[in-house]
Design a protein around this ligand. Structure first.
Ligand SMILES: C[S@@+](CC[C@H](N)C(=O)[O-])C[C@H]1O[C@@H](n2cnc3c(N)ncnc32)[C@H](O)[C@@H]1O
Length: 217
């Protein structure tokens, strides 16, 4: 996520460069190819995927999630997220992505929702997901404290009791919401995972992963 902060122009990725007609008509895999290999998205993808926090997400965290959880919601998509769906081939019908940006659907899963996480209750029943990954969304769209508080409640409602929540955030973009007790009413700190409740990376990375378990009602 540090990369995006250093290069804010990357936030919108290369998708707007494709015409509206191309966006509508081209199959997703062709659009991905054009964006990555012709319009330069590959540079952004490679740049981000070299970060220690990203390597951890792709090589450790998401494979672990995929072996333990079938109904997974991944919030926010980009040119560096689409390959994660491959880990869920076995349970492909249940791996879901969501992003309010229409252009981000190109990087979304077969089950992709164009919408805000705030509206997930309109698309899936309460308690539907075993695991939700909210990585790089606080500070990259959900920025106000009260919106973050409301999102934590939404995540609680969308998860099954005992379900797992992973929150990836940046210390230079977001206050420590755990310290501010935002999660406490709805989640406990996850135990028994291969990693501590909080996983940090050496500077200059500011990325943090926090793991929670949804409280029983
Ligand atoms: C920095 S990117 C992170 C993408 C991805 N989660 C990852 O781990 O790489 C932030 C993404 O969050 C999306 N986003 C912002 N606000 C959102 C919201 N309210 N609901 C869902 N996604 C949101 C943005 O559109 C953008 O695609």
């Amino acid at each position: 996520m540090l990369a995006l902060e250093e290069h804010p122009e990357h936030k919108d990725c290369a998708m707007p460069a494709l015409s509206r007609i191309a966006k509508t008509l081209l199959p997703k895999r062709v659009k991905r190819f054009v964006l990555l290999h012709i319009l330069g998205g590959r540079r952004l993808k490679d740049h981000i995927r070299l970060r220690g926090s990203r390597i951890f997400l792709e090589r450790d965290l998401m494979p672990w999630v995929a072996t333990r959880h079938a109904r997974v919601l991944f919030v926010g998509t980009g040119p560096y997220t689409y390959q994660i769906e491959n880990l869920f081939r076995r349970s492909g019908e249940h791996y879901t992505t969501i992003d309010p940006e229409r252009s981000a659907a190109t990087w979304g899963a077969r089950n992709h929702i164009v919408g805000s996480i705030a509206e997930i209750g309109r698309h899936r029943p309460n308690g539907h997901f075993d695991c939700i990954v909210l990585n790089g969304v606080f500070g990259f769209g959900i920025d106000q404290f009260e919106d973050q508080r409301a999102t934590v409640k939404v995540l609680h409602d969308a998860l099954v009791p005992g379900g797992t929540l992973l929150v990836g955030w940046n210390t230079n973009l977001t206050p420590d919401l755990d310290e501010l007790d935002l999660f406490k009413p709805y989640f406990t700190k996850a135990e028994g995972l291969p990693w501590p409740h909080r996983t940090l990376f050496p500077l200059p990375e500011t990325h943090v992963y926090d793991f929670y378990t949804r409280r029983e009602d």
